[in-house]
Design a protein around this ligand. Structure first.
Ligand code: UT7
Length: 335
């Protein structure tokens, strides 16, 4: 019989830049208004990392350090760091390597994982395998994105949506399997790639004056097809993970959704039969921080959670990528 050992979250930490970009600020930059942004997306403001010398690895470094402090361990004790991001500092070295170096996690190996807004779920699933199998004892999974580095602040269809942040978790074994990651359903479909992407700078369109003139170094999104696919897929997969594990809406303590659009979050909660009072929502303060949204919610809600509670983490994003993870919370609230 296979081991019941699971990977449990034993620390959670988030990091946000101080500078706020409000809807009122955006009204002065593009043809938009607070009313449109709030009713269509649920966003009021987002955080922007303005320091030109700071990048995604600096935010990820703060998360690694914060997790170690919270757990009372040194960064040298960490075995593996996975950074989910679509805004790496550079193609290589990976953001994980840079963040580990800055945090002093000198014994950890690590890598970046690219799955856009589903990045944290893909990375959590990946990291949890190393813990559940017993090969690694302390694994850090970070979602970090400096979206302001790839947003075109003259394009009103995207610039109102995104913000910068990093957040993450420490995973350690629960030998009993009573807490931690219980099940995961992850999916992807490259046919949706054309609707949400950044085309420039890669091997298809290496950076050139032409790619810059054509703004290929910015995120581009055709919002409607993404919205349509997100509403259906995120709701379907969240329902599917409940159904295949025999979980009712009453069994679910919290839905922890990716924060892209309040209307997508509501559609998912409705399909699951879960009321708004059991949905973590902070999109109004931070917008869409891509890979950071889900752990940022866990961090903000950590003192309202108790061991054994059932959490469903769900996301949809570029790729397309989407999925749900069912986990049982393991941490006591802080005193
Ligand atoms: O996290 C990664 C996955 N991404 C997502 O999940 C995003 C999914 N998509 C969405 O959330 C929504 O499609 C958006 C929020 C991006 C857009 O909302 P929408 O209700 O789908 O609006 P739309 O694109 O259909 O545009 C409606 C109108 C258009 O004007 P016309 O053609 O009706 O005259 C747009 O030009 O709203 C206009 N518009 C804006 N108006 C004011 C688009 N952006 C803005 C804006 N301010 N910022």
């Amino acid at each position: 019989m296979s081991s019941p050992q699971t990977a449990a979250i034993t620390a959670v930490h988030g990091w946000l830049p101080e500078d706020i970009l409000s809807n009122a600020d955006l009204e002065k930059m593009v043809d938009t208004n607070d009313e449109w942004i709030r009713t269509r997306t649920g966003i009021s403001e987002r955080r922007i990392l303005k320091d030109p010398e700071k990048a995604t690895s600096d935010m990820a470094c703060e998360v690694i350090k914060g997790l170690c402090t919270q757990r009372g361990i040194t960064p040298e004790e960490v075995d593996l760091v996975i950074v989910a991001t679509v805004t790496p500092d550079m193609f290589f070295p990976s953001t994980a390597q840079l963040a580990c170096h800055k945090a002093g996690a000198s014994n950890a190996w690590g890598f970046d994982l690219s799955a856009a807004c589903s990045g944290f779920l893909f990375a959590l699933r990946t990291g949890s395998q190393f813990v559940a199998s017993g090969t690694h004892s302390k694994v850090i999974v970070v979602g970090a994105d400096k979206m302001s580095s790839i947003v075109d602040y003259t394009d009103r269809t995207t610039c109102v949506l995104f913000g910068d942040a990093a957040s993450g978790v420490l995973l350690e074994a629960d030998a009993s399997g009573a807490t931690g990651i219980q099940d995961a359903i992850l999916r992807s479909d490259g046919a949706g790639g054309q609707y949400l992407r950044m085309q420039g700078g890669g091997s298809l369109n290496p950076s050139s004056h032409e790619t810059v003139d054509n703004k290929l170094h910015y995120i581009e999104q055709d919002g409607r097809p993404v919205f349509k696919a997100a509403v259906t897929s995120m709701a379907d997969v969240s329902y599917e993970i409940m159904e295949r594990n025999g979980l009712t809406a009453d069994d679910v303590s919290w839905l922890v959704p990716h924060q892209a659009n309040l209307r997508i979050i509501d559609a998912t909660a409705n399909r699951m039969g879960v009321g708004r009072d059991k949905v973590m929502i902070n999109i109004e303060k931070y917008g869409n921080t891509t890979a950071a949204t889900i752990p940022l919610c866990l961090w903000e809600w950590r003192n309202r959670l108790t061991p054994g509670e059932n959490l469903i983490l769900s996301a949809f994003g570029g790729g397309f990528t989407w999925g749900s993870i069912w986990l049982k919370w393991a941490m006591e609230p802080e005193a």
